[in-house]
Design a protein around this ligand. Structure first.
Ligand SMILES: [Fe+2]
Ligand SMILES: [Fe+2]
Length: 364
C-alpha cells in the first residue's frame, strides 16, 4: 500500500465515523478530532518505525558479533569489552596500520554493543517486539590462541571484501545512486575468500601472510562502517516518529566516525603479496593506481553529483537512496561472506526483517 492510500483510507474512516456519530459536524470540531487522533498516534511508533528499528537492531547485533571477534584477537580486553585474551602477533600486525589499532577496535566494538542494546531497549519501552539472534550463534570461533571458544553469528575466515568504497568516496563525477560503479582498491580482496583473523596459530606465520590477514581486516573494518554510514541516512528518510528520526540521526553519524578512522588506517596497509595464496595489496599511491581515485591521504569525501546532475557537486555520504536500502545491506553483507555456514532459516529471518523495513513509509 502506498502511503497516500493508507492516509486516505484512515481519513475517510475517521470522517465517516464522525458523520455518523455527530450528524452535522462543524469544520472546527472535525479539525480538533483530527489533531487529537494525530497526538494519540504520535505517542507510539508506527509499524514502519518499529520495522526499521528492528532491522537496525539485527544489523547491529551482527556488527557486534564480528567486532567482538576482532577485539578478542586484535583489540583490548577489559571490563568494557569482555571476552578473549588477545593475540600478540596479530595485534602487532594490525598496529603496522596504526599504533592505536587495538584501542580503536575496542572502542568500535563497545559502540556496536551499545547500538543494538539501546535500540532493543527503546523498542521494548514502546511495547514493540525486539530482536534476538541467539539461536543462530552456531558458527565456529577462530582456533587461534586468544579467541573465546563460543558460537558465532558471523564468519570472518572466508571474506570477499568489496573495496570499491575507496574509489567511491574519491570520485568527483560518480555516485552509486545514479547507478555508477567504482574500481576496487584491492582487486584481489574482492574475489576469492580470505581470512580477516588468524584461523588458528598456523596463520601467525609467515610474516607477510599474517600481515595480509591484518590488511584484510583493515579494509574490512572500513567496508563494514561505510555500510552503516549509508544505511542510517537511507532508512531515516522513511521513519515517522520524531524520536525515531533522532535515534537514526544520532547513531548513523557514529558509524561515519568509525568509517572515517578506518579508511585512514586502511591507507597505511603495507603493499605486499601473501606468499600462501597470492593475495596482492597494491601500492595505492603508485601506477597503475595513484591519482585522485586512489591517493591514500584523500580521506575526506570528494564532492560529487547528488540528486541531479544539474546541481553543483556536493560533498556527501553516498549512497543514500532509501528504496530497498535494508535489503541492499543484507545483500552486501551476504556477498561479503560473513554468513557462510548459516542455515536457510537465518537468511529467511534476515530477509523478513529487511522486507518489513523496506515496506515502511513515512507516515505509516
Ligand atoms: Fe553500529
Ligand atoms: Fe558500526
Amino acid at each position: 500500500m502506498k502511503p497516500w492510500e493508507h492516509f486516505t483510507s484512515r481519513r475517510s474512516f475517521l470522517f465517516t465515523g464522525l458523520a455518523v456519530g455527530a450528524g452535522a459536524v462543524g469544520a472546527g470540531l472535525f479539525e480538533n478530532e483530527v489533531s487529537a487522533f494525530a497526538d494519540a498516534n504520535s505517542s507510539g511508533l508506527t509499524p514502519g518505525d518499529a520495522a526499521i528499528l528492528r532491522f537496525l537492531a539485527a544489523a547491529e547485533i551482527l556488527e557486534t558479533d564480528l567486532w567482538q571477534q576482532y577485539n578478542e584477537l586484535g583489540g583490548i580486553q577489559d571490563n568494557e569489552v569482555l571476552g578473549g585474551s588477545g593475540s600478540a602477533p596479530f595485534t602487532a600486525a594490525l598496529q603496522v596500520l596504526d599504533s592505536d589499532m587495538d584501542q580503536y577496535i575496542h572502542d568500535n566494538t563497545e559502540d556496536e554493543f551499545t547500538h543494538f542494546t539501546f535500540i532493543n531497549a527503546y523498542l521494548a519501552s514502546k511495547g514493540k517486539e525486539t530482536v534476538n539472534l541467539d539461536r543462530f550463534r552456531t558458527l565456529p570461533s577462530s582456533k587461534a590462541t586468544g579467541a573465546q571458544q563460543i558460537g558465532r553469528l558471523t564468519n570472518l575466515m572466508q571474506l570477499t571484501v568489496d573495496t570499491s568504497w575507496w574509489t567511491r568516496y574519491r570520485s568527483r563525477t560518480k555516485n552509486p545512486d545514479f547507478g555508477d560503479t567504482f574500481a576496487q582498491a584491492v582487486p584481489g580482496l574482492s574475489s576469492g575468500q580470505f581470512p580477516a583473523i588468524p584461523r588458528d596459530d598456523g596463520d601467525l606465520s609467515p610474516k607477510d601472510h599474517l600481515q595480509a590477514i591484518a590488511n584484510t581486516a583493515g579494509f574490512h573494518f572500513a567496508f563494514i562502517e561505510q555500510g552503516g554510514t549509508s544505511l542510517y541516512p537511507s532508512l531515516a528518510q522513511r521513519v515517522t516518529h520524531p524520536e525515531v528520526l533522532r535515534i537514526l540521526l544520532s547513531i548513523g553519524p557514529t558509524e561515519t566516525q568509525h568509517f572515517q578512522t578506518w579508511q585512514d588506517k586502511a591507507g597505511n596497509a603495507p603493499p605486499l603479496t601473501d606468499p600462501t595464496n597470492g593475495l596482492v595489496f597494491p601500492a595505492l599511491n603508485s601506477t597503475p593506481f595513484g591519482g585522485e581515485d586512489f591517493q591514500t591521504n584523500l580521506i575526506m569525501p570528494e564532492p560529487t553529483v547528488f540528486l541531479n546532475r544539474k546541481f553543483p557537486v556536493c560533498s556527501i555520504i553516498r549512497p543514500t537512496e532509501t528504496h530497498g536500502a535494508a535489503m541492499g545491506a543484507v545483500k552486501a553483507l551476504t556477498a561479503n561472506g560473513l554468513f557462510i555456514g548459516q542455515p536457510p532459516a537465518f537468511f529467511a529471518l534476515l530477509h523478513d526483517l529487511a522486507e518489513a523495513a523496506d515496506a515502511a513509509r513515512h507516515g505509516s
